[in-house]
Design a protein around this ligand. Structure first.
Ligand SMILES: *Cc1c(COP(=O)(O)O)cnc(C)c1O
Length: 356
């Protein structure tokens, strides 16, 4: 039987998506050809690209003032492309540092231009989301990370600002309702919550582009990719296709309103057990707890091998914490069913019964 898969990324995908994807590897769109061996400019694939772009705008409920592109290079390439495209030669960028990924984004921005870290939770090991900080009104943009995949915090209330808001949503995109029109740019590597590794989605409001005064390298220029309909060069065709299948699965089952409810149920179930169970505790401030990546420790670390045995016997996979944090991290991405969380909670109860 397939394990209950709590992997932090690449993360779980719906079973039916994996089946459709495997079929497309052999016979795509009744062409008797594999999706892996046809031109990205074939009609059959162009349709995939078009739908993969339009479904993003549909799920985010935005209009033609936004463009959607798919790129390779992971979200990490966006750490450089965002400042390269938005940070003007004489301007500045504002960043909020909420963890490892935000820090990496800041590192790249500093190479490109004047970058200010206006708030950080590094003082307490990224265990909370900074709030109430002042946002410079003259910055070219404010960059935030909606969900801190490694430490398990999540922004519940996005900052209000008049400058363009840029967000790395890699690990919680389409997990809950957000007001996408408040953002000028949203990017996400697909492999956490909306597809496989290899495709990165960028949704950008056109009016923020073309203002840096910089001579642009083609592959690094959003406008070049927009003009080429995400086909300036050969796009990651298969990961984009599987992303489309995953988003169609989401839409078919009830969309964001549905998944937000399910995700809340999953998170409540697990956090309630962490708080109730005498052998476990959560690692971050309660109000900032992530509904996607749930981090927890046992207060009897010497018993970790015992707990590991219990959950492994229950056919659970991938709940060891990130190597920087230790303990446990259960990732509750969209495709993870509520039943899997119940199985995990049962193992925690069993552990308590035996060892408390
Ligand atoms: C995983 C992750 C990244 C890095 O993604 P890559 O596709 O590996 O470059 C960036 N930001 C966040 C929030 C992540 O969770």
């Amino acid at each position: 039987m397939k394990p209950h898969n709590f992997s932090a990324g690449p993360g779980i995908l719906p079973a039916e998506v994996l089946k459709q994807a495997s079929e497309a590897c052999i016979n795509f769109d009744n062409m008797n050809l594999s999706l892996l061996e046809i031109s990205h400019r074939s009609k059959n694939y162009e349709k995939v690209m078009e739908e993969a772009r339009s479904i993003i705008k549909e799920l985010f409920e935005v209009g033609d003032e936004y463009e959607v592109i798919y790129l390779g290079g992971g979200a990490s390439t966006q750490f450089a492309m965002v400042p390269y495209n938005l940070l003007s030669e004489n301007g500045s960028a504002a960043y909020v540092n909420t963890g490892v990924w935000a820090s990496k984004a800041i590192k790249e921005a500093k190479i490109i231009g004047n970058t200010k870290v206006i708030a950080s939770s590094e003082d307490k090991k990224f265990s909370y989301i900074p709030k109430g900080y002042e946002i410079p009104t003259d910055a070219d943009y404010l960059h935030i990370t909606s969900n801190n995949t490694i430490y398990g915090t999540q922004i519940k209330q996005f900052p209000k600002t008049n400058i363009p808001l840029v967000c790395d949503m890699s690990s919680d995109i389409f997990s809950r309702k957000v007001n996408a029109k408040d953002f000028s740019l949203i990017y996400a590597g697909a492999q956490k919550n909306m597809g496989p590794a290899g495709a990165t989605m960028v949704m950008v409001k056109k009016d923020v582009l073309g203002k840096t005064g910089r001579k642009m390298l083609s592959m690094m220029d959003y406008q070049v990719h927009i003009k080429g309909d995400s086909m300036y060069n050969t796009p990651p065709v298969f990961p984009i296709y599987v992303t489309l299948l995953t988003l169609q699965w989401l839409k078919k089952n009830g969309g964001i309103a549905w998944i937000e409810k399910v995700n809340q149920q999953k998170a409540d179930l697990l956090y309630n057990e962490i708080d109730r169970n005498s052998l476990f505790f959560g690692t971050v401030v309660k109000e900032d707890r992530s509904n996607m990546n749930v981090c927890f420790l046992t207060n009897k670390p010497e018993l970790e091998p015992e707990f590991d045995k219990i959950w492994k016997d229950a056919n659970i996979s991938s709940i060891r914490g990130h190597r920087d944090v230790g303990g446990y991290r259960a990732s509750l991405y969209n495709a993870l069913p509520l039943e899997s969380v119940q199985v995990l909670v049962d193992t925690m109860k069993e552990f308590e019964k035996k060892f408390a």
